[in-house]
Design a protein. Structure first.
Length: 90
């Protein structure tokens, strides 16, 4: 699992969710856009984040025995959003 730090706070999520979140933040930054998204987080259920060009995210591995959130739906949504942004570049 990963501890993600953002805007002075942090939360724990799965590796795939953290990776997708950072990929999306980078894509948004490259496109000069921002978006509010809902992210699955351990112990919190879901949280809302605003990510965009000024987002400063840090993801580090952590040992956590709590149940890891299923990131399949989140990751699929993020991949679709990134693909859509790539279409904007054409």
């Amino acid at each position: 699992m990963r501890l993600v730090s953002y805007a002075g706070g942090n939360f724990v999520t799965s590796d795939v969710v953290a990776d997708a979140l950072l990929d999306y933040a980078a894509a948004l930054g490259n496109a000069h856009h921002a978006a509010a998204i809902v992210v699955p987080a351990v112990g919190l259920g879901q949280i809302r984040l605003l990510v965009g060009p000024a987002s400063q995210l840090l993801s580090v591995p952590v040992q956590d025995t709590r149940n890891e959130p299923d990131g399949a739906e989140f990751t699929a949504d993020i991949e679709a959003r990134i693909a859509q942004m790539r279409g904007w570049e054409s």
